[in-house]
Ligand binder design. Structure first.
Ligand SMILES: Cc1ncc(COP(=O)(O)O)c(C=O)c1O
Length: 345
């Protein structure tokens, strides 16, 4: 991806950076109630970044990765109403599915342990000779792992899928892959409402990485109309993302569709490049911004590309106030490290 390689030269001279307004106290979600969760969401810090990395914009990051160090980012919001409803219905087990590096599996296993549910993870592919760091965590959190072949896994959206592979659903609540159900969307809408209530400055834009598109759609339905929503597709699936965003966001999305950036995926899901890795390192060192290569780094890099594009056009106007949603996913960064034989990051 040639067009992504431009900025590296400028990274060699250390940018001026000042990080303000962040009190990185580690907080945990300790209670499964709506009130406790809303309070935690309202306390999520907004980090202002003054950095030469992002010229011409006033960049803030809402640090939802800090809502909980393990049940982190948009996963926490997607799980909230699933867990509340499971408990209300007397279910004692959460069943879900995903791949070997799924942030959703990781968060579900941790949430189950924290809030007293058994968890079952249906994992795509045969049992590997060695479990990924994520799957090791999930087992440590008490999740029972069931490996299914890729062909079986393709049936994950069919009704009765867990039963068909022998999972007892009598006292279980099923959460689809990635937390993509009505309850998941309702949780992300809560996030959009909380942003509307808590934003420290009036933002012009809110940027978010997109996988399934549920987060994009639910935010489009719930953010104040004054904030333009921009999604960055992290995989080559812009059509399905737009369709999912419309499905989960409903009529509001049809009226005011979010912008979807489709050329910032670096070759596909989980793919990366030297330019992206360099960018991640600089963002961490110079701006105190830890990003994962699958989701948040790609969204942030797209912001950089847009800054540069605007600067080239030499546009003069008010400095846009841009909010980046840090959707978590930092545990997944270990996937890249392990694929390169590095230690954990
Ligand atoms: C860290 C992170 N950011 C963003 C997303 C994208 O969310 P969605 O699938 O709702 O588009 C995901 C997962 O799906 C994620 O794990």
């Amino acid at each position: 991806m040639e067009k992504h390689s431009y900025h590296l030269a400028s990274y060699h001279s250390p940018p001026k950076v000042q990080v303000s307004g962040l009190n990185e106290v580690i907080r945990y979600l300790t209670e499964l109630t709506l009130d406790a969760f809303v309070e935690a969401a309202r306390n999520v810090p907004y980090q202002q970044i003054e950095s030469d990395l992002f010229p011409g914009i006033d960049l803030w990051v809402r640090r939802d990765d800090l809502i909980d160090p393990i049940i982190s980012g948009n996963k926490a919001y997607k799980l909230l109403y699933n867990l509340i409803e499971a408990r209300e219905q007397g279910k004692d087990t959460i069943v879900t599915c995903g791949g070997a590096w799924s942030n959703h599996i990781h968060a579900t296993a941790a949430a189950g342990q924290r809030f007293g549910f058994k968890t079952v993870g249906i994992i795509r592919g045969e049992h590997p000779p060695a479990l990924s760091a994520m799957l090791q965590d999930a087992e440590r959190f008490g999740m029972e792992l069931r490996f299914v072949s890729r062909s079986e896994y393709r049936r994950r959206h069919e009704p009765g899928f867990p039963e068909s592979i022998g999972v007892d659903m009598a006292r279980s609540w099923f959460v689809p892959e990635g937390g993509a159900n009505q309850q998941g969307a309702k949780g992300v809408m809560l996030l959009g409402n909380v942003i509307g209530e808590t934003c420290p400055v009036p933002f012009d834009q809110c940027w978010v990485p997109c996988g399934t598109g549920l987060t994009l759609g639910a935010l489009a339905a719930s953010l104040p109309a004054s904030i333009e929503l921009v999604g960055v597709a992290v995989l080559k699936a812009d059509k399905s993302i737009a369709t999912a965003a419309a499905e989960w966001g409903g009529s509001k999305v049809a009226l005011q569709p979010p912008i979807l950036i489709t050329d910032g995926h670096f070759g596909g899901y989980g793919k990366t490049s030297g330019a992206l890795e360099d960018f991640q390192n600089v963002a961490a060192q110079q701006a105190g911004l830890n990003l994962d290569h699958v989701y948040t780094a790609k969204a942030t890099y797209s912001i950089v590309r847009t800054c540069s594009h605007n600067r080239q056009k030499d546009e003069i106007g008010d400095t846009p106030r841009v909010l980046l949603l840090h959707t978590g996913g930092l545990q997944g960064a270990r996937g890249l490290a392990s694929s390169k034989g590095l230690g954990l990051v």
